[in-house]
Design a protein around this ligand. Sequence first.
Ligand code: FAD
Length: 501
Amino acid sequence: MSQHLAEVAGTAPGAAAPRALRLAERLRARIGADRVLTDPAQLRTYECDGLATFRVRPAVVVLAGHRDDVVETVRMCARDGVPFVARGSGTGLSGGAMPVADGVLIVLSRLRSIVSVDPDNARVVAEPGVVNLWVTREAALYGQAYAPDPSSQQVCSIGGNVAENAGGAHCLKYGFTVNHVMGAEVVLSDGEVVHLGGTAPEHPGLDLLGAFVGSEGTLGVATQVTLRTIQAPESVRTMLVGFHEVADAAGTVSDVIAAGILPAAIEMMDALAIEAAEAAVQCGYPHGAVAVLVIELDGPRAEVDEQFRLVEEIAGARNAFETRIARDDAERALMWRGRKSAFAAVGRISPAYYVQDGVIPRTRLPEVLAEIGRLADEAGVRVANVFHAGDGNLHPLILFDDKVPGAAPAAEELGFAILDLCVDLGGSITGEHGVGVEKKSKMARQFTDADLDTMQLVRCAFDPAGIANPGKLFPTPRLCGERPGVRTADDRRDPSLGEVF
Ligand SMILES: Cc1cc2nc3c(=O)[nH]c(=O)nc-3n(C[C@H](O)[C@H](O)[C@H](O)COP(=O)(O)OP(=O)(O)OC[C@H]3O[C@@H](n4cnc5c(N)ncnc54)[C@H](O)[C@@H]3O)c2cc1C
């Protein structure tokens, strides 16, 4: 982290931002003085997202209250060449919503109306600041549900979910955000409003909506999103399984899926994560467990019962010492509370921690967990694992004491070594938390120059001036026009590119 902090600090607080400040005056006149912040004390709230080690104070914060506030702000930014960053709830874990020092941060959390609910066509139209859980609650009134459920679902926004292609426990069966977005109204980086996708399930032509989802705010700002809802299953039941060996828990995950059972969720926690969750929320996980699985099955009641019988058999064959099916909603909620509170709970057993996010083919879980343990021992660092095991989506929580000199960089180094491991095993440097500012240097580890050039060309088509969330996701030439066509490895040393891999 220290290396990155230094990098960020180069562009950081205190940097003169006269253009942005002049623009703030004009914005006040157009959208209201109370919606445009420049007071340093107020700006501090917006210095970072959930990855608090990366901080930059923006020159201006706009609290958008209406779609037109976004249009107006982006239009003025485009005219003056001022960079802007969209922010939803600020729960991102890769520094995606970290501001630009001489730029404008557009906060969308006040755009929080559910515009319409259409249960017959299984869709909900929402403004970007709507909290993920509100959509599910609204859909539930009609016997439906919104499937993507990040562990941050009580606070993260739909706009942020779309930008990060957020996942969650139930994405194993139902897919990621990209599978549940039908259309989006987007303000492009010149202020033009366009509609990507629509209200029909499928559209001819290039999948520009697909490109937008997961683009981390670099292709424009979503101001309205049409989401697909699903029929709520007849029955949902949850099981907790305790193991004495991590490898047995990991093996069970693959065995269950190989047996043709597709659970709604399979989540895994290791001993350290269990310890933290127990201390925080007394979730009653099996005593002495070195690993637990939270397995959720949904569907017709008879099918769920039969599948649970099979899952019990499979887990037994992998030496599970306790299997417990929740008897009622309260017990089910408690099982989930342990899992969903785990990130925050780890704060109880360590002064600081660093959340990593990588993905591997799930059959390699036993191997990757053993190797993470080895790397952690070698570095003398504790790692708690709590993750979406069914997807092979790892979340190692790397514990450190931020008061000990060198501890933070050691944690970051270990996190990056884990990402290398993920790539070596055929996985990816991020499963769902995005690349942001944190992992952009790792993009070249996973992608070739040609891959990155192609992504840049797409970005340039949406944002030729490079003012939409610059410095995130991938290295960006300051102006697309500076260097048209394909770049080569030599370009990385070209200072005119502004940023390097
Ligand atoms: C405790 C905890 C648990 C988490 N668990 C999960 C999990 O299980 N799965 C998961 O996927 N993530 C998880 N996350 C990460 C985070 O919640 C998600 O990435 C979420 O999608 C971010 O939403 P947000 O509204 O907070 O976005 P922000 O953090 O505000 O922004 C994230 C990115 O989206 C961009 N953005 C925001 N709004 C818009 C918009 N309207 N238009 C264009 N770009 C926009 C920003 O510029 C930034 O790049 C977790 C985070 C925490 C703190």
